[in-house]
Structure formats: structure tokens, C-alpha cells
Design a protein around this ligand. Structure first.
Ligand code: 4AD
Ligand code: MG
Length: 460
């Protein structure tokens, strides 16, 4: 007999005469002559209630079923007598696949997020984390739908690279050199003897590769893991996170902003329409205003404002910030959050940042002082997207690289793209976990990624 998933059963209009479900026991309640077992199989938030009569020949064993045990149950789908569910199953066969001991840590009571992080291998079996990771899966699918509907090609960019796209030096080294016995040249480790014949690291962004393909396929996007050895223990930074990076040929900064806004709205609406049951859980237990926030994101025009004006607003705000802000300094999360949460009360796109705080590849503006950069900031998080129009003019790019001390030899192929058929092009990177935080109201990045990697923590 073929197993049916609980979400399909919950949605059915007419009951099935005989079904087989498989899952894990959430609770068992004993009554006179029969008992109830709530089974969850991960396909949806809801459990399936199973009624088990004492006439079953292994009733004695079933009475010992514990939370966390795995079962296979055959029976008849019937209209539920009790409240809380439409359907239940009258079991005629209960197979105990494995019995969880009483030490199973997820007993009935609700656990705190911090405790659940210490059992990251089990937390997806709770209602809350099951919901998060179902939403994560749906959202990932929606990203591909969004780009596919717009004619973008999906591009798999390398994970191991020799470059530091962002120039922030937050790199995880990839090497096969024995750290206790490295090959030496002139007293230093000789990386020409390393696996790739040079220093290599995990990628911080797929952008530079995506640019090459945008200049061939037109519109591309890459969606993959990125790595940053940033030693900041904040609730919105992870050492390994996923980024969605579109790159578009023949597109300027305005077109870039349009796509970013359209994408965030699309993904928000998609989640509201597709994951309603799971979202309602967050609206109930995590953030009471969640649905209002999401409707606000989906329906409002994002503010677009130059960095210079954003800094002026911050200066005039009369607010005392931990970090001072003036033209030339990067916005900190407290500044971003003030702007989007208190001042604009909706998402905003800040553009034209000073060149001295941005990477080499951003297009220099006519003022010679700012670049065509843009950050999208949203309530609750701050920066969720960083992007720019790229410098497509060979001579300007070379000058910028020289200014920033980058080797032209290492980037010869990147420079080639500015020699052979160069065109204006733009792109951005969306922090996938940060978007998930916005959509669920979860305030810590560690709780929206299956096994978080943060400084000092890589247990699972
Ligand atoms: O602003 P960032 O550094 O931009 C880039 O890497 C560009 N190369 C992207 C591009 O233009 N193709 O990072 C993009 C986004 C940020 O806005 C943020 O949402 C997320 O990636 N991000 C992180 N998310 C979690 N943990 C971290 N340590 C993050 N660093 C950046
Ligand atoms: Mg950024």
C-alpha cells in the first residue's frame, strides 16, 4: 500500500476508505478502551489524529508509544468527532517502526530557541522549526520561479575561488597544505605548491562569475552558499549563508532597483499565499504584527533616497546613535533600522554611496565621489540586499583597481569583459536568510538556517 502524506489527507474533500500514513508520534492520550495518537510527518504543521481501539492485537505495545517514536498506521479516514481537526484516522493496524526512549528531548512543553540550537539535529521536529524549514523550501522554489518567469538563466558559480570579490578580506582559506609542515620558500609558506598552485578560498559572492555570464546570456542569477570569516557575533550574520544574485546586461542602477523591489514583493506575496498555515503560527507566537508587516512590504512603494540625503536625515534626527554618522562613513544597522522602521516606516533603497566604502567594481558617478551602489533596507533587519551598477568602462575600472591596490594580472579575465563588447550592467545580492527572517519574524539568523555556522560554532 502506498503511503499518503498528512498534508494531502488534511486537504481532501472526501474521506478515503483505507490509508497508510507514516510519521512520528507527537502525543499519546489514553482513554477508556481506546487511545489517541497525534502523528506528524513533516509535510504540514498539522498532526493527524489517530484513534486506536483496544481490540488491536498489539494494543499493549501501542499503549507504551512515546513522543518521538516512529509509526506506520493503516486505517479509515473519518470525520473527526472532536474539535480542532476535520479528519482523523480509525486505525486498524499500527506498526511501531521504532520506539523513542523517554530521554527524547522534545517532550510536550515548549522549548526556548537557545536550547533548541543545542539540538539543531532535532529541532526541525518541533512545530516552529518544521514551519521555518518548509517556508525556506517554498521560498527557494519561488526564487527560481521569479527568475524563470523573467527569462533569467540559472548559473552555478564556483564555491572555491582565488578572488575576494568584496575586498573585505573575510576569507576562509581552502588548502591541502599540511599546516604543520608547509612547503617553504624564502621563509614563507609556498602556495605555488598548494592544490591550485596559488592561494584559494571559499567564495564570498558569485558576482564576478555572474557578470561574465550576464555578458553572454543576458540575464542570469546564481543562488548558492557564500562564506564570510567575519568575526561578528550578531543576530544577522552567519559565516555560511545563501545568497541570491541576479546580474543583468544592458541594465542601469534604476533597473536594478526595480528588479530588487519587484523580487522582494513577489517573494513576500508568494509566501503569504503558499505558506499561510505555517505563517499563521509565526503571527501567533513570534510576531503579532507579522501579517501587517508583510502586507506593508507587498503593497508599498519602496522609498528611494541617495545616501547623502539619508545621512542628512540621520544627522537631523536628534537620535543618539552608538556609531556617529557623517558623509563617508558606512551606515550601521542602527542607522538603517532607524530609517526604515521609524522614519520611513517601510522598505527603502539607499543609493549612490561614497566610493571609499564600497568595492572596486561599482560604477563611478560623475561627481567622482560616489558610486552607483544600492542597499535595500527593511524593518526588523536593516540591509537585506546590496548591489550596484558595475563599472563597464575599462579605463575607469583600471584606475579604480590601481587606487585600491588590486592586481590587474589576477583580474585579467574580468578586464577582458570590459574590452570585448562591454555594456552597462547591474546586479545585486539578496541575503536569503535575512529575507526569511523578515518573512517569519524570527530575529536570529541561527534559527532560519538548518545548521548555523557562526564564530566558534560548527557542532552539527
Ligand atoms: O552587500 P553584500 O556584501 O554584496 C555582495 O556580496 C555583492 N557582491 C552582491 C552582488 O552585487 N551580486 O552582500 C549581499 C547581501 C547583504 O545585503 C546581506 O543581506 C547578505 O548578503 N549578507 C549576509 N547574510 C548573512 N550573514 C552574513 N555574514 C552576510 N553578509 C552579507
Ligand atoms: Mg552590503
Amino acid at each position: 500500500m502506498k503511503r499518503i502524506k498528512i498534508d494531502k489527507l488534511q486537504q481532501s474533500d472526501t474521506p478515503l476508505d483505507r490509508v497508510l500514513i507514516k510519521g512520528w508520534v507527537r502525543t499519546r492520550r489514553d482513554s477508556k478502551g481506546f487511545l489517541f495518537v497525534e502523528v506528524n510527518d513533516g509535510s504540514c504543521l498539522k498532526n493527524m489524529q489517530v484513534v486506536i481501539d483496544q481490540s488491536l492485537n498489539n494494543y499493549g505495545d501501542i499503549k507504551k508509544l512515546t513522543t518521538g517514536s516512529a509509526v506506520a498506521i493503516k486505517g479509515k479516514q473519518v470525520t473527526s468527532q472532536g474539535g480542532g481537526q476535520i479528519w482523523e484516522i480509525l486505525a486498524d493496524e499500527v506498526k511501531i517502526i521504532s520506539l523513542a526512549p523517554e530521554s527524547y528531548p522534545l517532550q510536550k512543553k515548549r522549548h526556548g530557541d537557545e536550547f533548541l540550537r543545542t539540538i539543531a539535529h532535532l529541532r526541525p521536529r518541533t512545530n516552529k522549526y518544521g514551519a521555518i524549514f518548509r517556508i525556506r523550501s517554498e521560498l527557494s522554489y519561488a526564487v527560481h520561479c521569479f527568475f524563470r518567469e523573467r527569462g533569467f538563466s540559472c548559473l552555478h558559480t564556483p564555491i572555491v575561488t582565488g578572488l575576494d570579490c568584496e575586498g573585505a578580506g573575510e576569507l576562509f582559506r581552502v588548502t591541502t597544505i599540511d599546516p604543520d609542515n608547509p612547503p617553504k620558500k624564502d621563509g614563507k609558506t609556498d602556495y605555488s605548491k598548494d592544490f591550485f598552485g596559488t592561494i584559494s578560498n571559499l567564495t564570498v559572492s558569485g558576482q564576478l562569475s555572474a557578470e561574465m555570464f550576464a555578458l553572454a546570456l543576458g540575464d542570469v542569477y546564481t543562488f548558492g552558499p557564500t562564506f564570510r570569516a567575519e568575526n561578528s557575533n550578531t543576530r544577522r550574520h552567519a559565516a555560511e549563508f545563501w545568497m541570491v544574485e541576479p546580474e543583468m546586461a544592458f541594465c542601469d542602477l534604476r533597473g536594478n532597483m526595480d528588479l530588487a523591489e519587484e523580487m522582494i514583493k513577489y517573494l513576500t506575496v508568494y509566501t503569504m499565499e503558499t505558506c499561510r498555515e505555517d505563517l499563521d503560527l509565526f503571527a501567533k507566537f513570534v510576531d503579532k504584527k507579522l501579517l501587517l508587516t508583510l502586507e506593508n512590504i507587498a503593497s508599498s512603494d519602496f522609498i528611494r533616497i541617495p545616501y547623502r540625503e539619508a545621512v542628512e536625515i540621520l544627522g537631523k534626527s536628534g537620535k543618539k546613535f552608538e556609531y556617529d554618522i557623517c558623509f563617508g562613513k558606512d551606515l550601521q544597522s542602527e542607522h538603517e533600522r532607524f530609517l526604515t522602521e521609524q522614519y520611513f516606516k517601510k522598505p527603502a533603497i539607499i543609493f549612490d554611496y561614497p566610493k571609499n566604502i564600497k568595492p572596486f567594481y561599482m560604477r563611478l558617478n560623475e561627481d567622482n565621489e560616489t558610486v552607483g551602489a544600492m542597499d535595500v533596507i527593511v524593518p526588523g533587519i536593516g540591509e537585506i540586499i546590496g548591489g550596484s551598477q558595475r563599472e563597464e568602462r575599462l579605463e575607469v575600472l583600471k584606475a579604480r583597481m590601481k587606487e585600491m591596490g588590486l592586481s590587474r594580472e589576477a583580474y585579467w579575465w574580468y578586464l577582458d569583459s570590459r574590452i570585448f563588447g562591454t555594456v552597462p550592467h547591474s546586479g545585486f545580492g539578496l541575503g536569503f536568510e535575512r529575507l526569511l527572517m523578515v518573512l517569519t519574524g524570527i530575529t536570529n539568523i541561527r534559527d532560519v538556517i538548518p545548521f548555523p555556522r557562526t564564530p566558534g560554532s560548527i557542532e552539527f
